[in-house]
Write a protein that binds this ligand. Structure first.
Ligand code: HEC
Length: 125
């Protein structure tokens, strides 16, 4: 009986995850994939409470700020007098196309809160 309940609970939880996935547009899903591969290492804690190099990102980062955010992602932030030694936000203009940067921004707009852990950002299978 316990096993049956575990299966039922597991299935209903995975439904929630799938429902959320299919709610994303193609662009947002693509942005999430890029974010997981290129950005999460510095912007999402590896485990709850772990420190990150960069700040948590969500739709609040973007609100009213889209062109500044696009510029940061494209060109990076290298002023160590502002960030402190060793802290830089790499620019992505040689790695990502401007279309891919649009996808990442589209994805960030879907996040009401910054992701709490890398595990909560697990890629789709
Ligand atoms: C090597 C670590 C690193 C990687 C990888 C990285 N970032 Fe950053 N990012 C930083 C740091 C550090 C800052 C903080 C800059 C500051 O405080 O001014 C930052 C700042 C930012 C900001 C500005 C946040 C704000 O509140 O203004 C945005 C937006 C951002 N990153 C997006 C991205 C995206 C999108 C990617 C992936 C394409 C990415 N970052 C990859 C380290 C990184």
């Amino acid at each position: 009986m316990k096993l049956l309940w575990s299966v039922v609970i597991f299935l209903s939880m995975s439904q929630v995850v799938f429902a959320r996935d299919s709610a994303l547009t193609h662009s947002q899903r693509e942005g999430r994939r890029i974010f997981q591969q290129k950005c999460a290492v510095c912007h999402v804690p590896a485990w709850p409470g772990a420190t990150t190099l960069g700040p948590g990102l969500s739709n609040q980062t973007i609100q009213g700020n889209e062109s500044a955010v696009r510029d940061t992602i494209t060109n990076g932030l290298y002023d160590q007098s502002v960030l402190g030694p060793g802290f830089t936000m790499p620019g992505w203009k040689y790695t990502l196309s401007s279309e891919q940067i649009d996808h990442v921004i589209d994805y960030l707009k879907t996040l009401a809160q910054p992701p709490q852990t890398v595990a909560s950002e697990r890629p789709e299978r």
